[in-house]
Design a protein around this ligand. Structure first.
Ligand SMILES: NC(=O)c1ccc[n+]([C@@H]2O[C@H](COP(=O)([O-])OP(=O)(O)OC[C@H]3O[C@@H](n4cnc5c(N)ncnc54)[C@H](OP(=O)(O)O)[C@@H]3O)[C@@H](O)[C@H]2O)c1
Length: 251
């Protein structure tokens, strides 16, 4: 491995926005993208699909389930041994819970979207601090913005996904916390809203995809382009903020 490559870890990159982002980054020879996967099968499939289209890009996968501390620590040890550092951590793994009660939805949503990202961030901090250009990007949602939630002109006003919204508001606090914690040590931190895009997030598999297409969602390739701009330094002026592809959200 060329030690000058930018080492990028994307959690939850076997589908949706994470997968499209890894696919775009694989077109850039100076990047090495590590796909976070919950199974060897999914990780191998994602790497083989991406590599077959971009033989010049370098890509690998690591097993990481963000709800499992042992899995997160094992992933950090593997990456430490193989690469020695992480230049860009994208906390992307996320879900909308369809559990049968609000309490269960809150628990499931926070476990992955908020607690998972916080433990990944804490566990990978030593590897980020080994980078001279460290960036942490937390994949949030406009639905996690308190100011948007209070705005009747917001197209998603009264969206009926309380657990998801609360978990992403919590993730935004993680961004603010980590910006304060790590900013003066050279780590740049953002929350990033990828926009409303076609993925399996709304439901299981094809059902979620079809629901989103019907509601006019865009391509996750656009989210990937927005993330590339952050990694390339084009959003450095907005560090510490809650950004989207074409602007900045109020918290
Ligand atoms: N799509 C949108 O319109 C939209 C809008 C705003 C924000 N977002 C955010 O964007 C991020 C990506 O979502 P997406 O739309 O791309 O959804 P997706 O297609 O459902 O992909 C989610 C990814 O996260 C992984 N994942 C779920 N739980 C995990 C866990 N415990 N540990 C590790 N990986 C896990 C999934 O892996 P498996 O394949 O193993 O399940 C999958 O690879 C999420 O944080 C979401 O909240 C999406």
């Amino acid at each position: 491995m060329d030690s000058n490559k930018t080492i990028i870890l994307i959690t939850g990159a076997t589908a949706g926005i994470g997968f499209e982002t890894a696919s775009l980054f694989a077109t850039i020879p100076s990047y090495h993208t590590i796909i976070g996967a919950r199974s060897v099968e999914k990780g191998e499939k994602a790497v083989s699909e991406i590599s077959s289209k971009n033989p010049q890009g370098t890509i690998s996968f690591v097993l990481i389930d963000v709800t499992d501390d042992a899995s997160i620590s094992a992933a950090a040890s593997t990456i430490a041994k193989e690469f020695g550092r992480v230049d860009v951590l994208i906390n992307n793994a996320g879900l909308i819970s369809h559990a049968p009660s609000l309490r269960a939805q809150l628990r499931e949503s926070f476990e992955t979207n908020t607690i998972g990202a916080a433990v990944v961030s804490e566990t990978f901090t030593p590897l980020l601090l080994k980078s001279s250009k460290a960036k942490m990007i937390n994949i949030s949602s406009g639905l996690g913005s308190i100011s948007q939630t209070l705005d009747p002109k917001n197209p998603y006003y009264k969206a009926p996904v309380a657990a998801y919204m609360m978990s992403k508001a919590g993730l935004n606090m993680l961004t603010a916390y980590d910006y304060a914690r790590l900013g003066d040590q050279g780590v740049k931190v953002w929350s990033f809203c990828p926009g409303y895009v076609v993925t399996g997030l709304s439901g299981t598999g094809e059902k979620g995809v079809q629901e989103r297409i019907a509601r006019g969602a865009k391509s996750p390739k656009e989210s990937a382009e927005g993330l590339l701009a952050v990694v390339e330094g084009k959003r450095d002026a907005d560090v510490g903020k809650f950004i989207r592809k074409d602007g900045v959200y109020g918290w």
